[in-house]
Design a protein around this ligand. Structure first.
Ligand code: ADP
Length: 172
């Protein structure tokens, strides 16, 4: 079974085979995790994203999907970009959020990654409530991680996010 670990801090400082980016559909950068990954990872990641836009992803990446690039100067082999859903009060978009984790893990396994670091997708600018985002993240990691992925590490930016994930992880 996959090992799920929690770390509090900046995901761009982690060492892992794959680091997941909470991207937006343009793949051309944004705020939050996305901005931090491009800043610290350097221009090679953006160049790879532009190449994707010029080839198979002319319209960008759809919500719930994932695609890998180089990790540039990050301490990782790959960055896996995934587009979380924007939180909606009217519409249940949980399946799309679960899909981000599942598709990222599927690609990580395809790439031979053993360790995968995730941020709390959609819980920043996209407004997803932290407790629910943590529940979906932990449940999906438990059910969707495939060999050779051995460790799914959630890297949580602040105390509140860490506490929400810890509660889900240790819930009976
Ligand atoms: P989204 O647009 O999917 O909501 P954000 O990047 O705005 O993505 O936020 C996702 C989560 O990542 C939020 O909980 C935010 O606090 C957190 N976050 C922001 N920067 C970092 C970082 N450098 N490392 C880890 N988590 C981060």
């Amino acid at each position: 079974m996959v090992r799920i670990t929690l770390v509090q801090g900046d995901i761009t400082a982690e060492t892992a085979d794959a680091i997941v980016n909470a991207a937006n559909s343009s793949l051309l950068g944004g705020g939050g995790v996305d901005g931090a990954i491009h800043r610290r990872g350097g221009p090679e990641i953006l160049a790879a994203c532009r190449a994707l836009r010029a080839s198979h992803y002319g319209k960008g990446l759809a919500t719930g999907q994932a695609v890998a690039t180089t990790a540039g100067r990050l301490s990782a082999e790959h960055v896996i970009h995934t587009v979380g859903p924007v939180w909606s009060r009217e519409e249940d978009r949980s399946a799309l959020l679960a899909s981000c984790y599942r598709e990222s893990l599927r690609i990580a396994a395809e790439l031979g990654a053993r360790t995968v670091a995730f941020p709390a997708i959609s819980t920043g600018i996209y407004g997803w409530p932290m407790d629910d985002g943590a529940r979906i993240a932990v449940e999906t990691a438990r059910t969707a991680a495939l060999a050779p992925v051995e460790e799914v590490r959630f890297v949580l930016f602040d105390d509140r996010a860490y506490a929400a994930f810890a509660e889900q992880l240790h819930a009976p």
